[in-house]
Design a protein around this ligand. Structure first.
Ligand code: CAA
Length: 287
């Protein structure tokens, strides 16, 4: 890759992809968000504009800067639109087959052989994604936290094949351009944050499942007793219960420790479509 990163692509315009694209555009980058079709691309645009509106309402962003950032964004319906990107961040559903397929396709579409292909995976091995391409040295994990415009952390995850130059380039991108704080993690399921967070969320779910305490009391306990901004069941609802279950499965797959095993209640809620905030109902209900 030649020169500083100015042209970024994001694959997937869900809550994480839209958030990543938003922070890139706000940092002055030319940003293409790629969705599966025009309808999904429009939904991604709506997500970004409502987040801009929220930032403006909260006094974090000038209306004119929001308009400029939006003007730097293209919402596309095909991966071909990422051909000239210097960095692409994949943020599709937390499913190994879906992610591997995206990496294999990106490897063919992104023309600059030096371009970096990053994944926002929460828990899957970066190595597996790298091996789906012919440029594993330029494949890296770049894991953001939800809500992306608000939370300052990114995890930079290097596989055994990721080059030091790639790791340095994305770290400089995340800190110098996006203004985030980066931590490094080895390529182990869950990396640093989810390896610690997910067992805690699963313990809260088991607590609610067994009737030990109500969801409201579990959450109030951690919000008022430990000053967490939100309790574990509200946080699970925010992340999405399908995503929590997928991360738990990856962790359990990797370490075979009972503390990572997704509890039956979580599995049933996912099967029932009670996915948390995005579905209007999870452990709590939302308008
Ligand atoms: N752009 C910029 N700033 C924004 C914004 C936006 N789009 N939307 C909100 N903000 C700012 C607000 O201005 C506010 O800032 P101040 O406190 O300085 O005023 C702050 O963000 C909080 O916003 P709100 O007051 O509107 O909302 P809140 O107080 O109810 O907080 C929350 C909501 C930010 C989600 C907070 O509850 C929180 O931080 N919760 C914990 C979230 C968390 O732990 N996330 C990590 C999940 S794990 C993950 O993501 C990884 C994974 O792989 C699963």
């Amino acid at each position: 890759m030649t020169g500083p990163i100015r042209r970024v692509g994001v694959v997937g315009g869900g809550q994480m992809g839209a958030g990543i694209a938003e922070v890139c555009a706000r940092a002055g980058l030319d940003t293409v968000v790629c969705e599966v079709d025009a309808v999904a691309a429009r939904a991604a645009r709506d997500r970004v504009t409502s987040s801009f509106d929220r930032a403006v309402r909260r006094g974090k962003l000038e209306r004119a800067d929001a308009a400029d950032a939006l003007a730097r964004m293209v919402f596309a319906g095909s991966l071909e639109d990422l051909a000239d990107r210097q960095l692409v961040v994949e943020a599709v559903v937390e499913n190994p087959d879906a992610k591997t397929e995206v990496f294999a396709a990106l490897d063919k579409v992104v023309e600059d052989p030096g371009a970096i292909l990053a994944s926002n995976t929460s828990s899957l091995p970066v190595m597996r994604l790298g091996m789906a391409t012919g440029r594993a040295d330029r494949v890296v994990g770049l894991h953001f936290f939800n809500p992306v415009p608000v939370l300052p952390l990114v995890e930079v995850v290097t596989s055994l094949h990721t080059s030091a130059q790639t790791a340095r380039a994305v770290e400089e991108f995340a800190t110098g351009i996006l203004g985030k704080t980066a931590i490094r993690s080895q390529d182990r399921a869950g990396f640093v944050v989810n390896a610690l967070l997910i067992p805690y969320l699963l313990s809260a779910i088991r607590m609610a499942e067994s009737g030990f305490a109500s969801p409201a009391d579990v959450d109030a306990g951690m919000e008022l007793g430990c000053a967490h901004p939100m309790g574990p069941l509200k946080l699970a609802d925010l992340i999405g219960l399908d995503t929590v279950a997928s991360i738990a499965e990856s962790l359990y797959d990797e370490f075979k420790e009972p503390l990572y095993a997704p509890p039956p209640l979580l599995q049933r809620m996912v099967e029932a479509g009670l996915l948390g905030r995005k579905a209007g109902r999870g452990f709590h209900t939302y308008d």
